[in-house]
Design a protein around this ligand. Structure first.
Ligand code: H79
Length: 421
């Protein structure tokens, strides 16, 4: 993989972004002709084998009059998210921006008639959030030569994938990269059977227009700038490249009526800490509904995260990978920045209210709660074990946690945050 970090600065500092899945599938909301279609709602067309001509009829009904780009971007910002990745075209092939390449787009085919991608790009710029685009480059269930639609276009021999790339993908990428200002990431998805030639062509095409634009690894063949982990998967240790985990808030990416399997704020925070501690970014998804509203329940969960980050953001942004401890930290986990380690205590210890950490290469100079502006020292008892050449420490805590979700303790170290293995 992966270009050696060129242009990665903003991305490495950001650490937390908002994914937005919004499309015609948000109108169906996972239900078709009165029946729930299993799995994520953005897949409804394929999973329900819905004929293109029927799926397309949704466009005439799609009128998200409550859509307010500024509001979405403000929600992201208040959640502490530094970038937004929004679906300009998902696998269903419907463009959520005003493309001139095909009439199958939100501005031309719906009563709504606006270009939400433009509005979001402008709102992001106004609010200082990095604007990024999701584009499904291989699957397109509307184009007869795109991949994936085997029910409307069953005759595989007739398909000319190269024609789809030339007629649809490149012209649309050209629009997205020339009409909406600087794009932080062009986020591609699922290149499974795509010939290398096309992947290289697309990567070159993007970089030819916006050289600073990052490309995720789902372009294929190691051509991306950073590694996208599998959907909803978090590696258990740090990973020797820049990487990012895309994660759903409930089960579906697109809005799905009745999908109430919401993750708890403490679960999400734990994921954020685990991901950051292992050197990755967290791209957390919301699925706005057919009216253009991010569901209340999402907003509430995000607000809890945002409130925590307002106090504790120093332990998340601009972090570098924390050491991989060779034992389970059953109280929580570490993030790291310069000569500081941040202990994220999710599970407060029972009496005697202390946490033991060993195998440190260096001494703790100073310890305090991150939320404590006066930095009142927390007691840390340290011993040097000459036989093992390591520092062991006992962090002595009060009986009750400071924060109900995750209490952060700053450990200022004499040396670098390194441990013995
Ligand atoms: O956009 C979201 C997903 O729709 C997309 N990636 C995230 C970011 C994605 N595209 N392909 N895949 C995920 C992998 C496909 C998984 C599948 Fe399935 C398992 C296809 C069929 C079985 C999930 C479950 C989708 C349909 C059923």
């Amino acid at each position: 993989m992966i270009n050696a970090g060129k242009n990665m600065d903003w991305w490495r500092k950001a650490r937390f972004g908002m994914f937005i899945h919004w499309g015609l599938y948000s109108l169906a909301g996972g239900w078709w002709e009165g029946r729930e279609v299993p799995f994520p709602s953005e897949w409804i067309m394929k999973n329900g084998k819905i004929p293109l001509k029927d799926y397309k009829k949704q466009a005439g009904l799609f009128n998200p009059i409550k859509f307010d780009a500024r509001e979405w971007v403000k929600i992201a910002k208040q959640t502490g998210m530094k970038y937004i990745v929004v679906t300009a075209k998902h696998h269903d092939g419907f463009a959520m921006y005003h493309t001139k390449v095909s009439p199958y787009n939100i501005a031309d085919a719906t009563p709504f008639g606006r270009d939400p991608i433009r509005e979001l790009a402008e709102a992001c710029r106004a609010e200082g959030v990095v604007f990024c685009i999701y584009y499904s480059q291989m699957q397109d269930w509307e184009h007869p030569d795109g991949a994936g639609n085997t029910w409307d276009f069953p005759d595989e021999d007739k398909k000319d994938f190269g024609r789809y790339i030339e007629e649809r993908v490149k012209p649309q990428l050209h629009e997205l990269l020339t009409n909406y200002g600087p794009v932080g990431i062009m986020w591609f998805d699922t290149p499974y059977e795509m010939p290398k030639k096309y992947c290289e062509e697309i990567a070159d095409f993007v970089r030819g227009i916006q050289p600073q634009c990052l490309i995720n690894s789902r372009i294929g063949y190691g051509l991306g700038d950073y590694r996208s982990m599998g959907d909803n998967s978090i590696p258990v240790a740090s990973y020797p490249h820049d990487w990012e985990t895309p994660m759903t808030l409930n089960d579906s990416w697109g809005f799905k009526e009745g999908d109430d399997n919401w993750k708890l704020p403490e679960t999400l925070l734990r994921m954020l800490v685990d991901i950051n501690g292992n050197g990755g970014n967290f791209l957390l998804n919301v699925g706005p509904d057919a009216l253009g509203v991010i569901p209340d329940r999402c907003v509430k969960i995000l607000k809890t995260l945002g409130d925590w980050l307002k106090v504790n953001g120093e332990s998340i942004y601009e972090t570098t990978p924390a050491p991989d401890f060779p034992y389970v930290l059953n109280w929580g986990g570490f993030t790291a920045r310069e000569n500081r380690l941040y202990m994220h205590v999710f599970q407060w210890p029972e009496s005697p209210y202390e946490i033991l950490v060993y195998t440190f290469k260096t001494k703790v100079k100073n310890a305090y709660f991150l939320s404590d502006k006066s930095k009142t020292p927390i007691k840390v008892l340290q011993t040097y074990e000459s036989g093992r050449d390591e520092y062991r420490m006992r962090v002595l805590l009060p009986e009750k946690p400071i924060d109900s979700l995750d209490t952060v303790i700053v450990l200022e170290l004499e040396g670098k945050p390194e441990i013995y293995h």
